[in-house]
Design a protein around this ligand. Sequence first.
Ligand code: UDP
Length: 408
Amino acid sequence: MPKIDDYRSIVGEDEINELYLLAERLKGKAVQNINSTSVGGGVAEILSRMVPLLRELGVDYKWGVIKGDEKFFSITKNIHNSMHGVDTEIKDEDWKHFLEVNRQNAEEVDLSGDVVIIHDPQPIALIEKRNDFPPQKWVWRCHIDITDPQIDVLNFLRPFIQKYDRAVFSAPSFAKKDLNIKKMLISPSIDPLSDKNKELPLTTIDSVVERYGIDRDRPIVTQISRFDKLKDPSGVVEVYKKVKRHFDCQLVLAGGGATDDPEGIMVLEKIRTSAEKDEDIHVIYLPPSSDIEINALQRASTVILQKSLREGFGLTVTEALWKAKPVIASAVGGIPLQITHKHSGLLTYSIEGTAYYLKELLNDPEYAGRLGVNGQENVRNNFLITRHIRDNLLLILSLYHEGDIVHL
Ligand code: UDP
């Protein structure tokens, strides 16, 4: 694991010194984070990097994971999708089961500490337990875009959300304005020193690419994502097919699942079937802990796509930009925060548009290179883990200084 001081050469002395100063003011405070999976997906990724660094800074930062059966995770997937605005039915008995599993977890999960941060809707009802540990502060950390949710689902969750002291969103546009709660904005981040993002020797990149049978001499177009309909892997295959008529390129669709996402296997099978007849489509199922593989695949890519239909922040985009890759990504969720169109990447709205831009980038490597360099600089300035740690320290401090809060 890298140490806090290892980041000085990447983000500068001042930023790191500020972290020590802020953390000093939180010495002795215990902060418990709860989410629904320890592997797969952006939330687990962020927590796994951030917890050790905050502990090194002297904050007792902890992380617990709720448990649930398959039915619970299929219900919470529906809740997740409907909060993103997808039309999904959640029956009364589903809500009953959702609350029951939350109640069971409330008995089993460690909810001690001065501050409890609950991530996303899955464990949201644990807030019912807050009176058992007074005087705690509770934060709901929402990583999804809830601007246009299914209103009945939001209405069910609203009384729980409003019991928290604070709700934290990844972007101004993600917050639902009529939620009666103090809100804060904290963008997610990536860790430049993690296996997924650190510099790799060329030999490592070559050996990963070779292992998957990918040809480094022809352009490689990649999307790394969980196999999830909302990441639109079949749209990516369509884009590739349109471009393949003009360019002899290869497509890499690589990803795994998350333990809280039961739909993944079905989506993977469907993509495998649609890719069967083309040797240049590489559908790669990645087991957990494939960080070096993801890093190498991104670094070997000519262009990286993220054609999501809906998105939270879109950490895969941040990871690709950090590697100075030209990225074409849908203008959904947090992606427009990361990409300024035609400056630090390309924003797209359709399969046709994505195919058009992909042809443009494959045709013009110099332009593609410029987009990549600008994208990397934007990530350095805004989306690295050190900035995120600073924001989290400020969030916790703000809970004890109510008057200083900036409201949305
Ligand atoms: N990821 C991974 N393995 C996979 C697919 C994705 O480790 O098979 C990582 C990816 O590199 C990124 C995170 O999971 O760090 C996905 O975050 P993002 O915000 O892009 O999407 P989410 O999965 O949270 O919807």
